[in-house]
Design a protein around this ligand. Structure first.
Ligand SMILES: [Zn+2]
Length: 492
């Protein structure tokens, strides 16, 4: 590196003077997640991704260079990145590095010089590929559409467009820029540090920046024909919404929902604490795109199915609640998915209550009655659903029921202090269900083991608390249809 004259080198930059005694060893090929043990990699911590791409909608060819800024957390003889496209070259701190593919999605990088703990790493990966045809165990998380593509998925998304340490425990900021033929739009997270820039060959480069740390699957691309609407939110932040021009008669319903994003975030900020990100918005994807919605950081992406029967604010409430629960506070291990989906689903019940479309209690009663005691639904544990059931109905619906039972156990006063305390304590970090229980117990002064065990970790339909009146045939809350319509697509 070259430093400014008279300025001390950044601490930790370059090679530490004293080699550590231990022999450098390979970074582990995974982080030991209980559901996805080979996701992420050991031995380093990423601070920033600079993703610079070129994309051809006509052929789905993606090429580019990603620069990963990281810090070694051990002495390394080699390390892995998670990536699926074809790699042309890898450099580490300017030195050409060896690379090889291992397993389903591992890129093993070997440097000619050992890496020492604490060392700053600048890893430059050049690559190319056709992501829609790059299958990992028969699957691609990249969705090619008639006018472009969507890189929107959970938990596997990054493998098809940028090399990463692909686990929510390694958060980073990111810049992404994509060159496309002029006339094609590229939407991503955060803010645009500059307007789209014309390039040679009738092309335009779009740039986006995310300045708050996020999990790898929070980054997204939506490439195609979009109408863009910009505004300023009540809190002064930029709002940018984008609507696929393919939506046709669904476009007004999409706008009537997504244009309420700033209002939803304003209300959610009052319940959950300060909004954690630098921008707001939403992307209504094309008719041939995704069949779900995802809480991509600062700007969720919605599939076209949500606008089938008209507007749906419940899905907007759900995805934006995830900005606190899932994005700012991310799972420490995928088995804690209830911290994302249970909370985002309960946010819909709170919004229903706020809108006068049915109280959370009425939604609890109706949801409880909706699943008979012998339903398979009650066999999935929201607190530990298993890798195949991370997005099962129970994680969402029983997950929301669990939060309602917690609210009944501690009372509204404590419950509405617990939610913002959780988002404040783990802001831009990670959390576990055990940590959430401990926080709820600390704030409420109650032993909550029975509530958590019964509603999150015990198979079978629990008896609701005495406070919950479960009528034999509870009336259907007004919000039920909208919430169901959203969940039929959200629960996968
Ligand atoms: Zn969700």
């Amino acid at each position: 590196m070259t430093g400014a004259p008279g300025q001390a080198a950044l601490p930790g930059w370059g090679r530490p003077k004293k080699p550590a005694a231990a022999t450098p060893t390979p970074g582990s090929p995974g982080l030991g997640d209980s559901y996805f043990p080979d996701y992420g990699n050991g031995g380093y911590d990423v601070g920033h991704y600079d993703i610079r791409l070129r994309y051809e909608p006509a052929t789905d060819r993606l090429s580019g260079t990603t620069t990963v800024l990281a810090t070694a957390t051990q002495d390394l003889s080699r390390f892995n990145l998670d990536f699926a496209l074809d790699v042309e070259s890898v450099r580490v701190n300017g030195w050409s590095a060896g690379f090889a593919r291992e397993g389903a999605h591992e890129l093993v990088v070997t440097t000619p010089r050992p890496i020492l703990k604490g060392q700053q790493l600048t890893v430059v990966v050049k690559y190319t590929g056709v992501p829609s045809e790059t299958l990992v165990q028969g699957y691609t998380g990249w969705t090619r559409v008639a006018d472009g593509a969507l890189a929107v998925n959970e938990p596997e998304s990054a493998w098809w467009w940028y090399p990463s340490n692909d686990h929510p425990t390694d958060k980073a900021t990111w810049d992404v820029s994509v060159s496309v033929p002029t006339g094609v739009e590229v939407i991503s997270n955060g803010v645009q540090p500059r307007a789209p820039l014309p390039e040679a060959g009738n092309r335009t480069r779009w740039s986006w920046r995310s300045v708050k740390p996020g999990a790898t699957y929070q980054a997204f691309l939506a490439i195609g024909q979009y109408d863009i609407v910009t505004d300023t939110a009540p809190n002064g932040q930029p709002v940018l919404n984008a609507y696929s021009t393919t939506l046709g008669e669904r476009a007004p319903a999409a706008r009537a929902s997504i244009e309420r994003t700033a209002e939803v975030i304003d209300w959610e900020s009052g319940v959950f604490g300060p909004y954690p990100f630098e921008a707001q918005g939403g992307v209504a994807g094309p008719v041939d795109g995704i069949g779900f919605a995802l809480e991509t950081q600062s700007r969720p992406v919605y599939g076209p199915g949500f606008w089938r029967r008209g507007s749906n604010t419940y899905v907007v409430v759900h995805e934006n609640a995830h900005q606190w629960f899932g994005d700012s506070v991310s799972v420490a291990d995928w088995r804690n998915i209830w911290l994302n989906e249970g909370f985002a689903s309960y946010a819909e019940w709170l919004w229903s209550e706020e809108q006068g479309e049915g109280t959370a209690q009425e939604l609890f009663d109706f949801t409880y009655a909706n699943y008979p005691a012998d339903s398979e639904f009650w066999q999935v544990l929201p607190g530990d659903p298993g890798a195949a059931d991370v997005f099962a109905d129970a994680v969402y619906d029983r997950g929301a029921m669990a939060l309602h039972q917690l609210r009944l156990a501690v009372g509204d006063e404590a419950f509405f202090r617990i939610l913002p305390a959780w988002t404040a304590e783990h802001r831009y970090g990670n959390g576990t269900i055990a940590q959430f229980q401990a926080l709820a117990e600390r704030i409420s002064g109650r032993d909550l083991d029975a509530v958590f065990t019964t509603w999150l970790f015990t198979a079978g339909r629990p008896e609701p608390a005495a406070a919950a009146r479960v009528a034999v045939a509870p009336a259907q809350p007004k919000s039920w249809t909208g919430i169901r319509a959203a969940h039929q697509l959200l629960d996968r």
